[in-house]
Write a protein that binds this ligand. Structure first.
Ligand code: ADP
Ligand code: MG
Ligand code: MG
Length: 890
């Protein structure tokens, strides 16, 4: 098995094997772009390492062969004393994990070769700067020395010189610093900094493999749902130097603005700097456009390369480059992360440019991004006090209490506070805090800083580089330009779309995308750089593509109306329990439950009937012409009765006062009788209909009479009656008989022909297993995947999410809660079986799903695959479901 590939051997489609960075370095090499030569150790080698604890046996020799070839090509040997070849050892997994794993630059420098490098380059300062960077990076990432120790020594050296700028340290300062760093390494690890270049390289490779399982990397993967077993590749790349003087430098660039999608020149550049300096926000960077003045030749070449890359990848690319004494080198490219708005705009722009078709454009946007675009945005009013204006790094409107470290962010957010993490700049150690925060605010760093890149990746609001803020993490406060002090716990509002920062809470406005769905904003409206038009075009294409219909879970006319505006093709779940709530209705429900004879019971039902009918009339009118699936009463009855403790106290007090209330006493008896240890597995759903005579009959009558009345008024009502929690076909048959009888009665008494389908929910494992039999008595199935997930796993949703789910997620038992995304292997397998068995019995059986999963992107794809007819979800998620149903059909 081959474990090492030269950059000339790979290509962009080998991401699984070479990681994203390696695959794209190879692609750029083969495109003839200036990439420093090098080679890639595969993810397969990493997997062997992860499984066995050591690298594959043949790896050392394979690396030697590639190193030999590299040395021949470069005309010098790794670490050669008089003229050293230096390399970087860079991590690079299939999915980019910015700054999460380790990279070491300047490998090959030693006490001997640093002198050679100085002589060869004629720049002593540069040589010692490179060496101190090597000892620092190597010490931290390979040898595990606390990074702060180096930082502090560096700060002391600068302080001794009376400066805060690295560039003021000269060659001899840096030489002293190297000694200090080496002493730190020796003290902290008990071994000297390795002088043998090959040892350095092998140790660094080992460290990169190892870093795959570092805490930071694991946390990031969990957050981004990247599988744990992919492993990382390692790239060994010959060094080029941006720290050789003013005619050198390093930068990052995007082919389009990653926060808006606008075409143009976006990036940051830092002269006389190396690698991480730009992203770490150590010094303030220049805008890329300023490079044109500094070095026109390199700038023009960079523009040409960026153009070429964009046409080649047919997408927004992000790029790392270095200029060494006026010569441009490409160090990395990849399809760039972008904000949700940019994703929609860019996809449509590329269609208009003729680079991709609409299918591809639809493939490139996600329901998650659409959901983000539906969040409200700030509408500052006269009283809003703006205190800073930073860079719009990742959009959103975030309000929260200011915190200054990751630990506090996590702690406060756990106790339910919304927090804004404020840092001078973030680094990978801040990841926990960034996840916990509503938004991130930094005073340093550009749109390519760590904070900006990671926030965009997470879809989190971020304002960065708000330079007028003086952030003092030690004293937990920041000071604004006009001297105002903001302490930990004070509330701020940060606008990631404009970069503006306000004190206090700023009011919000609905997003234009929501206004578009609501119909209050025309699809052609020119807002936010064509965002609404982009959404409109991709939604329309999704509607053309999708096979799944999308319905809404809505219980009343208002929600139904909204769902309709959002594109719902009917109601997939109308719960009826709210029709039993409210002062007046609750009284009647109490009477119904307390009734011990037919007369009382019928009287209670008789009072409820017109009330329910009224609800249905409104709903059918709002949903005229579209199917409305009404679920008969599902929850246990005790939910409609007073709380047992409260009632007991009331009765006890009344007794003490010697003034017992007859009704309360009977109620308490009933509550005791209905009290269950496990109400979710108790008297509910179809069981209620079987035990309480006339209950379901009354509900069906209300539906039928409302439908008849609508028809007589010229409407087109299309109700469907759904029986919940059926476990066996016998239950369904009995209820079905009653329903059919009522329907026939209403039809004959009103003279209106009613065509009302009767179906059931499949939400118990037994129902799924015996779906073939159940389909005999059901004209449709609707999968209740919430209950089905509870009963298949034996999890009580209301309890487990707070108790052990966090532990399960942390241990990787599941990557995401099965209540959020359908568990394909377990719950999904039952759904699949029920679909097949049901259709075998009744080929025209209608199939849908009405659990929370109906609006979850991944789950929608599953429901498409197993061949359901529709998904049903809450009105606000309808656009997401439409989009994902379209994507699923591509
Ligand atoms: P990350 O994945 O965190 O971006 P990289 O492997 O890309 O890590 O490297 C970190 C920094 O070092 C980047 O800015 C990169 O451009 C720079 N770098 C990496 N290899 C070289 C090299 N051979 N010559 C010069 N700079 C390099
Ligand atoms: Mg990089
Ligand atoms: Mg249910």
């Amino acid at each position: 098995q081959k474990f090492v590939y030269s950059f000339t051997e790979g290509n962009k489609d080998l991401k699984d094997l070479l990681g994203g960075k390696g695959a794209n370095l190879a692609e750029m090499t083969n495109l003839g772009l200036p990439v420093p030569p090098g080679f890639t150790l595969t993810t397969e080698a990493c997997k062997v390492f992860l499984e066995t604890g050591s690298e594959p046996a043949s790896l050392h020799e394979e690396v030697s062969a590639h190193l030999d070839a590299l040395e021949r090509e470069m005309g010098k040997k790794l670490g050669q004393a008089d003229d050293p070849l230096l390399v970087s050892v860079r991590s690079g997994a299939k999915f980019s994990m910015p700054g999460m794993m380790d990279t070491v630059l300047n490998i090959g420098l030693s006490d001997a070769s640093v002198l050679g490098l100085a002589a060869q380059s004629g720049n002593e300062r540069f040589a010692w700067d490179s060496y101190r960077r090597l000892v620092q990076m190597f010490g931290k990432t390979v040898l595990g020395v606390e990074g702060e120790l180096f930082e502090e020594a560096l700060d002391e050296a600068k302080a001794a010189k009376g400066t805060t700028d690295d560039l003021d340290l000269d060659a001899s300062d840096l030489q002293v610093l190297v000694d200090t760093f080496k002493a730190i390494v020796l003290r902290e690890t008990g071994r000297a900094f390795p002088q043998d270049p090959r040892d350095q390289m092998d140790l660094a490779i080992h460290a990169v493999f190892h870093s795959w399982n570092g805490d930071r990397a694991r946390l990031y993967r969990r957050q981004e749902r990247i599988p744990n077993d992919l492993g990382t590749a390692v790239n060994v790349c010959s060094m080029v130097f941006g720290n050789l003087g003013e005619d050198s430098g390093t930068g990052v660039a995007f082919t389009r603005d990653p926060s808006t999608g606008a075409v143009g020149v976006y990036g940051d550049y830092l002269s006389n700097a190396q690698g991480e300096d730009v992203v770490a926000g150590i010094r303030n960077t220049l805008q890329l456009s300023e490079l044109e003045k500094l070095d026109k030749k390199s700038y023009d070449e960079l523009m040409a390369i960026m153009h070429k890359l964009e046409l080649h990848y047919r997408d927004l690319c992000d790029i790392e480059f270095t200029i060494e004494r006026g010569k441009l080198w490409m160090l990395q490219t990849r399809i760039g992360k972008r904000t949700a708005a940019a994703a929609f705009r860019i996809a449509v722009q590329l269609v208009d440019q003729g680079l991709i078709d609409l299918d591809e454009a639809l493939h490139r946007v996600t329901g998650g991004q659409l959901a983000q675009l539906m969040f409200p945005r700030f509408a500052p009013d006269a009283s809003s006090k703006r205190v800073a204006w930073g860079l719009a790094a990742s959009p959103g409107a975030a309000v929260g209490k200011v915190v200054f470290d990751s630990y506090t962010a996590v702690k406060w957010s756990r106790s339910g506070e919304k927090v804004i993490l404020v840092r001078r700049e973030t680094n990978p150690d801040d990841l926990d805090g960034m996840i916990a925060a509503e938004g991130i605010l930094t005073s340093r760093g550009g749109k390519t800083s760590h904070a900006a890149v990671v926030a965009r990746g997470m879809g989190k609001t971020c304002v960065c580089g708000a330079e007028e803020l003086e952030v003092d993490t030690k004293r937990r406060r920041f000071t604004t330009a006009d001297g105002q002090v903001v302490e930990e716990g004070d509330v701020v509002s940060i606008d990631g779309a404009t970069g503006k920062v306000y004190l206090g809470e700023v009011p919000v406005l609905p997003s234009p995308v929501v206004e578009y769905f609501e119909g209050t904003l025309h699809a052609g409206a020119d807002v936010q750089g064509g965002l609404v038009q982009a959404v409109h075009r991709l939604m329309s294409h999704a509607d053309v593509r999708r096979r799944l219909a999308v319905r809404a879970n809505a219980d009343n006319a208002e929600d139904g109306g909204r769902a309709r505006r959002y594109g719902a093709q009917g109601i997939g779940l109308c719960r009826t329990e709210h029709m039993f709530l409210g002062e007046e209705r609750r009284k009647e429900v109490e009477h119904l439950i307390l009734a011990d004879n037919d007369k009382d019971r019928e009287s209670a039902l008789g009072t409820l009937l017109p009330l329910q009918k009224g609800d249905f009339l409104e709903l059918f009118q709002a949903m005229d012409g579209l199917p409305v699936t009404v679920r008969l009463l599902d929850p246990p009855l005790h939910e409609f009765l007073p709380d047992i403790t409260e009632l007991s106290v009331r009765v006890a007090l009344a007794e003490a006062r010697k003034d017992p209330n007859e009704n309360d006493l009977r109620l308490l008896q009933a509550v005791h009788k209905l009290h269950e240890q496990n109400p979710m597995l108790g008297l509910r759903g179809v069981r209620l209909g079987l035990v309480i005579p006339g209950l379901f009959g009354m509900q069906v009558r209300a539906i039928a009479e409302a439908a008849a009345e609508r028809k007589l008024a010229g409407g087109d009502p299309r109700p469907e009656v759904m029986i919940p929690l059926v476990g066996t076909v016998q239950e369904l048959e009995i209820v079905r008989d009653e329903c059919e009888r009522v329907l026939a009665e209403v039809a004959s008494s009103t003279g209106v022909q009613l065509d009302i389908k009767l179906g059931t929910m499949i939400e118990l494992p037994r129902a799924a297993v015996t779906a073939g039999q159940i389909a005999e008595a059901a004209e449709f199935f609707s999968f209740g995947t919430n209950d089905l997930t509870q009963t298949v796993w034996g999890f009580s949703r209301d309890d487990v999410e707070a108790s052990f789910f966090t532990a399960y997620l942390e241990k990787g038992i599941f990557g995401v809660s099965p209540f959020e995304t359908i568990d394909r292997d377990g719950v999904g397998a039952l759904v699949k079986h029920a679909v097949e068995a049901g259709r075998a019995t009744r080929p025209d059986l209608k199939l849908g799903v009405c659990g929370e999963h109906g609006g979850d992107p991944d789950s929608v794809h599953f429901f498409h695959e197993v061949g359901l007819d529709y998904v049903s979800c809450s009105p606000f998620r309808i656009p997401v479901a439409r989009l994902e149903a379209g994507r699923a059909a591509l």
